[in-house]
Design a protein around this ligand. Structure first.
Ligand SMILES: [Mn+2]
Length: 441
């Protein structure tokens, strides 16, 4: 079947049925200048606009769904002379028809169609905030107070539950991402630079005209969780961590992480830490299949498995359930077990914690748990990542050790021996099904 005009029309109908009250306004993304207006960053559509229109390339536009369900696409009509730069482009009416939207109008007509009852979600981007502020006659800071929580939650609920077409798109993106990882693995040799590995990694995506879901991480410094830059050289004894994801043709993201010993020469410590992370991932994935489990349960199951393996290695000690409750494992895994995955790599993170936390619940402030982006009870149709890791972060070790923090559970003398180890992460993408869960791809 695939995603088509009927899909986008139906999504809008469902949204309109769920949200009563005023007209619903959804803005597309704008071009963002890099160093002068005509030189822009690569355009990336706003994911909510894309979800409801399928118009991946349309900048500076807006969708308005009136209270009676009338749909209008407002577009910035190009200057006829622009054809010399852009080539022929579709008319506003053609764009609307591509999305199954009955009416088209120029953006200059939008402000007159809005009232103080217009429903919108607070923008995450400064350019969109200024545009919305101008359209509505509200200050940028007032937008947050006027956003529709009902609309925000309706969008989240709809986008959180993936259809068969969306699942197929995600698996397609995972397929391309696996080709990327396989290409990168051929460069896993002593003396190769991270940038050379990156070049190989990107090849299969570029050849298929695929955007990246996020800037790939290619590093021998996995202990820096979101390490930027590709300047280091692969040396034996280090782990190479690659965290990357291609997008599908319709913008659905993959997000996979693989960790390799440089040149595929594994020492005993690397094998043991890798095995610990693999055990944690296995425990986490098993928990996703349990009916009624929450992603908080998945997180704790993975952390408990990791703590068990680290105790076997002599790095942790004591009552391990208590250790996990106290957050001692966060010295080694200071992040959450995963996040929602969809049109964004961290799906709908711009819409806030309502995505990952049920209404009335909120994030823990405990170190480690405060980075858990998703904790709610899992429902069929959710796609999420399960990505445990084990890192030896010298600055964190030094700080905790100096404070003798949780030393009943942490064997700091043994941890010291790993301070130059680096880090390992393993990440896969999991679909919650009616009967359990399935690792995608
Ligand atoms: Mn991830």
């Amino acid at each position: 079947m695939g995603l088509n005009t009927a899909t986008f029309s139906q999504r809008r109908r469902i949204l309109r049925q769920k949200v009563e009250g005023g007209a619903i306004l959804i803005l597309s993304a704008t071009y963002v200048p890099r160093n002068y207006p005509a030189e822009v960053y690569p355009f990336h559509q706003d994911s909510t606009f894309r979800y409801y229109t399928g118009l991946n390339d349309l900048a500076d536009a807006a969708l308005l769904i009136s209270e009676d369900g009338t749909e209008t696409l407002f577009c910035t009509t190009p200057d006829p002379d622009d054809v010399i730069w852009t080539g022929p482009v579709p008319t506003n009416e053609e764009l609307a028809a591509m999305a199954g939207i009955a009416h088209a109008a120029d953006m200059s007509k939008l402000a007159a169609s809005l009232t103080q009852h217009t429903l919108f979600v607070k923008p995450y981007d400064g350019h969109l905030a200024i545009r919305l502020s101008t359209l509505l006659g509200l200050s940028v800071t007032a937008l947050a107070h006027h956003e529709s929580v009902v609309l925000r939650r309706a969008i989240i609920d709809q986008r959180n539950h993936k259809t068969a077409d969306e699942i197929a798109e995600t698996e397609e993106a995972i397929g391309v991402t696996k080709l990327m990882l396989a290409a990168a693995e051929t460069m896993n040799r002593e003396g190769v630079r991270e940038a050379d590995v990156l070049a190989a990694l990107m090849g299969p995506a570029i050849a298929r005209e695929r955007a990246q879901a996020f800037e790939p991480i290619v590093t021998v410094h996995g202990e820096t969780l979101h390490n930027r830059g590709y300047a280091s050289t692969l040396t034996k004894g280090r782990m190479l961590v690659i965290d990357c994801g291609a997008e599908s043709p319709n913008g659905y993201c993959a997000d996979l992480t693989r960790s390799f010993a440089v040149a595929n020469v594994w020492d005993d410590r690397q094998k043991a830490v890798y095995e610990a992370v693999a055990l944690a991932q296995k425990a986490g994935i098993a928990e996703t299949a349990r009916r009624g489990a929450s992603q908080y349960d998945v997180h704790i199951a993975a952390c408990r498995a990791l703590a068990g393996a680290l105790a076997d290695m002599g790095l942790m000690r004591g009552d391990l359930d208590e250790a996990v409750k106290a957050g001692a494992h966060a010295l080694f895994m200071p992040h959450g077990i995963g996040h929602m995955l969809g049109l964004d790599a961290h799906d709908m993170e711009n819409l806030g914690d309502d995505v990952g936390y049920a209404p009335g619940t909120s994030r823990s402030t405990q170190f480690g748990l405060n980075a858990l982006r998703l904790a709610r009870t899992l429902e069929p149709g959710f796609i999420l990542t399960v990505e445990p890791g084990c890192y030896f972060i010298p600055e964190l070790i030094d700080r905790w050790k100096a404070q003798r923090h949780l030393e009943a559970f942490i064997c700091y003398d043994e941890v010291e021996k790993f301070r130059n180890f680096g880090g390992i992460r393993i990440e896969d993408d999991v679909l919650i099904t009616d009967t359990g869960s399935r690792v995608l791809g």
